[in-house]
Design a protein around this ligand. Structure first.
Ligand code: H79
Length: 578
């Protein structure tokens, strides 16, 4: 339900990832991007050979950051190149997997923060052709395979951080300003980054997009120069917002950020299949086909594109568990892709049963949680329904409408797995009401923070890492003081008993703060408890059952939480059980 939080110093996420894009939302150059919806991100480099292990130590979290975390000297790290020999790499296999997964383009790390180029480069000998026994150029092979299979190809390029170069940013263990007093970022920018980006945009045919990362303190002028270079070499190539300074064509949200509400303009969520981008021998935490498809359609229903990462091994193999899950999700897309590709964002907020996508004259209902009483209720949609059917089987469904809410008679069991799509044919046009924020009988409902009306408290975005670099994102009600009020105004689609629980984070000094809950005739007070000491700005959310409420009738309702007494550092009131 609610996420209530108080937290101390945190990283500024927009500085870290470069903020949003100027947005080419309606630009014809972006049409293919707007239609594609699902793509494969690939993190592959020398770190893949190490797999998150260095001299017997496991570096949990994002394994492409191991060089920095273990402060590995450049000369020592280069020994990875001497043994990097991905003889099992087959560009055609990767392209066929992306196709089978239902993905429309690939984005490959051409050079990550480690500074190693995965292509033949005249600008630096630290590249896969010149520095490894492999000697092949995988980017040339991938570009041919993508062409053959009708996939777009884009390149990730770390423009700011390059731990291999004395003049670039990021290597503070060998190349700090103290260690290298004549350090000159421009020498790196014009000596390596710009020449390599030029090579990438010259030697491999049409490039769909350039994916920059962590722009850091790179100047506006340098960003403009990069943008001009890309426009000159490949006018159709898109640029993500992590070029910095608002110069991108579309916004990349924070790493692994599946948002609750859709940003304006053209945007993408970049996500990864486990908790690292590059291969790690220790990470087998794969998202299931159900989770992947749910994240995909949630993003698409909010108008975004889902860029999902895989991490091939140092031998060049995409781990089979990961590949098999992608293929299973892809099999669903073969049957249900009409409800994903080329769709536009939802006209109503997410419902307890799932989300919607749309095309002219068609509304797609993605039923992520199947209602068990034989009826699906859809609030807030106006327009004549000619036909309702199950997308993958064509089975026709009976539809009626009561007080503006569509009721569809559905089978008792979901006919499709992982989730069923119901399509409404509405050739006369579809209108949605943004106010269709609803609570549904007999399903789990979420009342997220962005949908609350707040008095004397604020809505805040929070991001934190569990393992190193595996970002978690949420939105919370923040800066709660005594007297703050949080209200959810919603439309109840049925009467009944609801089990209410609250998800919150509470610092030790806030322990035993007291709230009052009101919903119709229900009213009582409850304390919240410290959710534990935390380290490194991690949040410790806890879900607490508050009790059972009765909603006596369907219709508009308000759930209100009022802060009766908030304990803080200035007014601690440690809770004592005596
Ligand atoms: O390529 C993947 C990651 O390696 C990359 N983006 C995805 C797509 C990425 N690079 N940086 N980050 C993600 C953010 C990492 C930030 C931090 Fe830190 C590392 C925060 C804490 C440790 C920056 C460096 C702030 C303090 C030190």
């Amino acid at each position: 339900m609610a996420k209530i939080s108080s937290a101390k110093k945190e990283l500024d996420m927009s500085t870290l990832w470069g903020g949003t894009a100027s947005s080419a939302d309606t630009h014809p150059r972006a049409a293919w991007f707007r239609a594609s919806k699902y793509a494969m991100f690939i993190h592959w480099g020398l770190y893949s050979e190490a797999g998150g292990m260095w001299n017997g130590t496991a570096w949990h979290g994002i394994s492409e950051w191991m060089m920095r975390r273990a402060r590995i000297p450049v000369r020592e790290y280069e020994t990875l190149a001497a043994r990097f020999n991905p003889t099992d790499f087959n560009a055609d296999d990767w392209a066929r997997l992306a196709k089978a997964a239902g993905m429309r383009y690939l984005v490959l790390t051409s050079k990550h923060h480690e500074g190693f180029a995965m292509f033949k480069s005249k600008a630096s000998p630290f590249n896969i052709v010149d520095a490894t026994p492999f000697k092949r150029d995988p980017i040339a092979e991938l570009s041919a395979a993508c062409k053959k299979h009708g996939l777009g190809l884009g390149f990730y390029y770390s423009q700011f951080l390059d731990w291999h170069e004395r003049d670039a940013a990021g290597n503070d263990w060998e190349f700090s300003k103290e260690q290298v007093p004549d350090k000159d970022f421009n020498r790196y920018l014009y000596g390596k980054a710009i020449p390599q980006i030029t090579e990438l945009l010259t030697n491999y045919g049409d490039i769909a997009l350039i994916w920059f990362d962590t722009p850091g303190s790179i100047t506006r002028q340098a960003c403009e120069e990069l943008q001009a270079l890309i426009r000159r070499l490949q006018p159709k190539c898109l640029i993500n917002s992590r070029i910095g300074n608002g110069l991108g064509d579309y916004s990349s949200l924070g790493d692994q950020e599946v948002p609750l509400t859709g940003p304006a303009g053209l945007w993408e969520t970049c996500d990864t299949h486990n908790d690292t981008w590059a291969y790690s021998v220790n990470d087998h935490h794969w998202k299931s086909p159900t989770e992947l498809l749910s994240r995909l359609v949630r993003v698409v229903s909010l108008g975004g594109t889902y860029l999902l990462n895989v991490g091939p091994t140092g031998k060049g193999i995409i781990p089979e568990s990961s590949a098999e899950i992608l293929r299973r999700a892809g099999a669903w897309l073969k049957r249900n892709g009409e409800a994903v590709y080329e769709t536009t964002r939802s006209l109503i907020p997410a419902q307890a049963w799932g989300v919607t996508t749309a095309k002219p004259g068609k509304l797609y209902l993605h039923i992520l949680n199947w209602p068990t009483r034989g009826t699906l209720l859809v609030p807030g949609i106006k327009g004549v329904i000619k036909k309702a059917s199950i997308l993958s089987t064509g089975e026709l469904l009976a539809v009626s409408r009561k007080q503006g809410v569509i009721a569809i008679t559905i089978p008792l069991l979901a006919p499709e797995k992982p989730h069923t799509v119901i399509v409404l044919d509405m050739p006369g046009g579809i209108k949605g009401a943004a106010s269709a924020f609803s609570v549904y009988p007999d399903l789990m409902n979420h009342l997220p923070a962005p949908f609350a009306k707040l008095t004397d408290c604020t809505l805040a975005k929070k991001a934190w890492m569990e393992k190193f670099g595996d970002w978690h994102h949420t939105q919370v009600v923040h800066q709660i003081v005594t007297g703050s009020v949080i209200e959810w105004h919603f439309n109840s689609l049925g009467k009944g008993l609801f089990n209410l629980s609250l998800e919150y984070d509470c610092l030790p000094e806030g322990d035993a703060s007291e709230f009052e809950l009101t919903l119709g005739a229900n009213r009582w007070r409850f304390p919240v408890f410290c959710t534990g000491n935390r380290h490194a700005n991690r949040f410790r959310f806890r879900t607490e059952c508050l009790g059972v409420v009765e909603m006596a009738k369907a219709g508009p309702a308000v759930l209100k939480l009022e802060a009766m007494s908030i304990n803080d550092a200035a007014h601690p009131r440690p809770y004592r059980v005596e």
